[in-house]
Ligand binder design. Structure first.
Ligand code: PLP
Length: 380
């Protein structure tokens, strides 16, 4: 038989994702807000449909509130949190620019890699994992960096760093330096205040405290940074000049750049609506209370926390695996017997630490009691 006369392959039964309703208490994704899930089922609109553009504009406006910014250039980028990281360095780092990166976990480490790929002369400031960023050390690392970058909520260690103090220190010395903040695990979980802090470029991801599936990277850029953008960054997809012509309708028509992921944006729009209706401060408080009760309960189980005291994130708790306990086995039992996911540790702590997330819709006391009860039984 010639190549064009082959018999068609047998039709196989295609199996989709199992419809198992897991409780996602790992480092993300978290269970989305019901409003975000419901929005995914709405009829699809074209990406230039006026009704969709209204939703997009409103999504950007809602993001401004959650970011705590008036930045005109605030938008959801297509892609996961890492796309935000790429866009931050691709659009604002020129070859040879000194980029100081605070590294206190996996995602600071990733910033070093990404900034270097876009030609940055990276000066890394290493911290012990589990500790927050030390502003003085970051400042002392180089006298005149073009960019200083740090992670607000280090998901690999469960540590919160004081991005506000870092931004103030950097700009007091040099108002022209840009501060880049990774807010993937902080946005809509703990206070983020871009304008008040003076952060220039920040990005997040939808699958953590924003309570949406993974797939978008909320992004915001200050005027100071916008003036410093590359006119033609070495990436077409993430060129903010091109994306802006679609997202920002104020300069006349919308220009097609890429097909916007309309369903995901509708879902983010719905989740942001839910968060703002509940009230941003109430949402932060819900995370704070849940995190506090979890830490308390883990202590009652005799477990030891990993992140430095005073710098622990309520939305992501790191706990040491007790001696003699098989960390993977415990996670597997939680998953198979309780439909409950918690995370392994990251990097060198893969088997010695667990990561328990209480993000967005999961930042609730019933989730806390669920995971504490399951752990009590499994470890018992
Ligand atoms: N930065 C932080 C702090 C993260 O927690 C993550 C993901 O967990 C990322 C960046 C990367 O995001 P994504 O995995 O959505 O690409």
């Amino acid at each position: 038989m010639g190549p064009y006369r082959r018999r068609p392959p047998p039709v196989r039964k295609v199996q989709g994702m199992a419809l198992v309703d897991r409780v996602l208490l790992g480092p993300g994704p978290s269970n989305p807000y019901p409003e975000a899930t419901a929005a995914l089922g709405a009829p699809l609109l074209g990406h230039l449909d006026p009704e969709f553009l209204r939703v997009l504009d409103e999504t950007c406006a809602r993001l401004r509130v959650v970011w705590g910014t008036e930045n005109a250039r605030t938008l959801p980028l297509s892609g996961t949190g890492s796309i935000g990281m790429e866009a931050a360095f691709a659009n604002f780092v020129r070859p040879g620019d000194v980029v100081v990166v605070a590294v206190n976990g996996l995602f600071g480490e990733r910033m070093v890699d990404v900034a270097g790929r876009y030609g940055g002369e990276v000066v890394r400031v290493d911290h012990e994992w589990g500790q927050p960023v030390d502003v003085e050390r970051v400042l002392a690392a180089h006298p005149a960096p073009k960019v200083v970058a740090a992670v607000h909520a280090e998901t690999s260690t469960g540590v919160r760093s004081d991005i506000g103090a870092l931004a103030v220190a950097v700009h007091t010395r040099d108002p022209g330096a840009l501060v880049v903040a990774d807010c993937v695990t902080s946005l809509a979980g703990i206070p983020v205040s871009i304008d008040h802090w003076g952060v220039d470029v920040a990005y997040s991801g939808t699958q953590k405290c924003l309570g949406v599936a993974p797939g978008l990277a909320p992004f915001t850029v200050s005027e100071r940074a916008w003036e410093r953008r590359l006119p033609k960054p070495p990436t077409w997809y993430l060129d903010l000049n091109l994306i802006g012509a679609y997202v920002d309708g104020s300069n006349g028509g919308r220009t097609y750049h890429h097909t916007a992921p309309v369903a995901m944006i509708a879902s983010l729009h719905a989740a942001l609506g839910r968060v703002l209706e509940e009230g941003l401060e109430t949402v932060w408080e819900r995370h704070r209370v849940a995190g506090e009760r979890l830490r308390e309960g883990l202590g009652e189980l005799g477990l030891e926390l990993f992140a430095a005291e005073g710098h622990r994130l309520p939305e992501l708790t790191t706990v040491r695996v007790p001696d003699g306990v098989d960390s993977a086995k415990v996670r597997q039992i939680l998953l198979s017997d309780y439909n409950l996911e918690i995370g392994a540790g990251a990097g060198a702590f893969a088997t010695s630490v667990w990561r328990i997330g209480l993000m967005g819709h999961n930042a609730r006391l019933d989730r806390v009691e669920l995971v504490l009860g399951a752990l009590r039984r499994v470890l018992g």
